[in-house]
Design a protein around this ligand. Structure first.
Ligand code: ARG
Length: 462
């Protein structure tokens, strides 16, 4: 039997492998709610424009409502021979209400139908992701406020560089996530145009009202060019790009949790709720959730690259290649949602060992820059000379296997005679972080103010 929806000029059914490669119902059944919402908006417009009679419109509306109920209950018999979600729903509607069903597809095509369904899904999912990012920001800012004054080593090249506070470190991620949220919001603003009514590619001769359908589906306006409407997937690409960047941020923090949870670092522990054991090594506590957040980033980035690659050679307008837009996008955005939830749980669960962090903060001559700054400020050396003098003091301490603060004033004066007892104040890590009061710096007062400002902002948003 040829296909009822398009089989007019066909005599026989497709080859089994043709059906298999062609069908998308295995994954696009997820778009059923959007497909029905799009059909209802289209139908209301066709009726308002007297393209479909009130009686036919009523029958179609009731039929769609019944199908929606069946799908929600899990009773709907999706069929691969009907290819995709659009034709599955249409066929079900036809068997319920008879020939009136055929009027629903006036002035539209599956090309604008899938474009609108997918856009609705991506838009609503991006909105939900933005909210989840805000929830994670709040968890981080709360933790940061609690640890605004706790000192830890700041790293460059993963070598101890200068002391910072744990609160400052956590707030760095709050900033990154704030930009992630604004990327989702920017993408949303651009994608929120309705392609419905572009029909197959050229528009339609029916007197449709695209502004009406756009408004009914919560879009800001209809898309302005029918070819563009059915042939671009940049809205999904932008959402995937925002997701890939966000996942990359989560992955970096996940990597830090993995490092911090090692016995060698010992900066923080996760409770049993977020750790797993080893089946052979009884002593192990593994941070699997953090590793998986890091690992799953690969899938999110992969989906972006995958869809860019699908799109890059396509001539206008629709080509079936574009059916490959969905699985990766669904997977990537759902994966990010899971990662955000897991990360939010881990942040709340994370128990920093502030004593150990503070001891480590002083190691590795982490206050050498403070010493150099002191030489500039108090003794009036040019910074380059101060750097050199400090380097000699570090070499002296390193040679003796002690910290800078363990050198005697005499020993220090052997290198720079103008030094006084006051130098010891700048060698302490607490003093070091407290002195970093420049805007955006790590001074606890700054961190407290930043964390509080974010919590105030987030209060209205989550
Ligand atoms: N299942 C298709 C997709 O996801 C729907 C559009 C099909 N259009 C067509 N002309 N064959 O892209």
């Amino acid at each position: 039997m040829s296909n009822r929806m398009w089989g007019g000029r066909f005599e026989s059914a497709p080859d089994a492998i043709m059906e298999e490669i062609n069908a998308s119902i295995g994954f696009d059944s997820k778009l059923a709610p959007q497909d029905i919402a799009g059909s209802l908006a289209h139908l209301a417009m066709l009726e308002a424009r007297s393209i479909v009679s009130p009686a036919d419109a009523a029958a179609i509306r009731d039929g769609l409502a019944a199908i929606r109920g069946e799908i929600e209950k899990g009773d709907f018999p999706f069929e691969r021979s009907l290819e995709d979600i659009h034709m599955n729903i249409e066929a079900a509607l036809a068997s319920r209400i008879g020939p009136a069903e055929g009027r629903l597809h006036t002035a539209r095509s599956r090309n604008d139908q899938v474009a609108v369904d997918f856009r609705l899904w991506v838009r609503d999912t991006a909105d939900a992701l933005g909210k989840q990012v805000a929830v994670l920001q709040r968890a981080l800012a709360e933790k940061a406020l609690a640890h605004a004054g706790d000192v830890m080593p700041g790293f460059t090249h993963l070598q101890s560089a200068q002391p910072v506070t744990l609160g400052h470190h956590l707030m760095a991620y709050v900033e990154m996530l704030g930009r992630d949220r604004s990327r989702f919001a920017d993408a949303r603003a651009r994608m929120n145009e309705c392609p419905l009514g572009a029909a197959a590619l050229a528009g339609t001769s029916f007197p449709i009202d695209r502004h009406m359908t756009a408004a009914a589906l919560g879009f800001d306006r209809p898309t302005a060019n029918s070819l563009d409407s059915v042939s671009d997937r940049d809205f999904a690409l932008e959402a995937l790009a925002a997701a890939a960047i966000c996942a990359t941020h989560l992955s970096r923090f996940a990597e830090e949790i993995v490092l911090w949870a090692t016995p060698q670092f010992g900066f923080a522990a996760l409770s049993d709720r977020f750790s797993t054991g080893s089946s052979i090594m009884p002593q192990k506590r593994n941070p699997d959730a953090a590793e998986l957040v890091r690992g799953k980033t690969g899938r999110v980035v992969g989906a972006l690259i995958g869809l860019l690659t699908v799109m890059k050679g396509l001539p206008l307008a629709y080509s079936k290649d574009m059916q490959e837009d969905k699985e990766g996008t669904f997977d990537a955005l759902q994966t990010l949602s899971l990662c955000l939830a897991a990360m939010t749980g881990m942040v709340a669960d994370l128990r920093p060992d502030t004593g150990r962090m503070a001891r480590s903060a002083g190691a590795g001559f982490a206050t050498a820059t403070d010493l150099a700054d002191y030489l500039v400020r108090e003794i009036g050396l040019p910074f380059r000379d101060a750097h050199h003098v400090t380097g000699r003091l570090v070499a002296l301490a390193a040679g003796r296997g002690v910290g800078l603060e363990d050198l005697s004033l005499e020993e220090m004066r052997g290198i720079e005679p103008r030094l006084t007892q006051a130098v010891f104040a700048v060698l302490g890590v607490e003093n070091s972080v407290a002195s970093r009061t420049s805007y955006g710096g790590t001074a606890p007062a700054n961190v407290r103010a930043q964390a509080q400002a974010w919590l105030d902002r987030l209060r209205d948003e989550v």
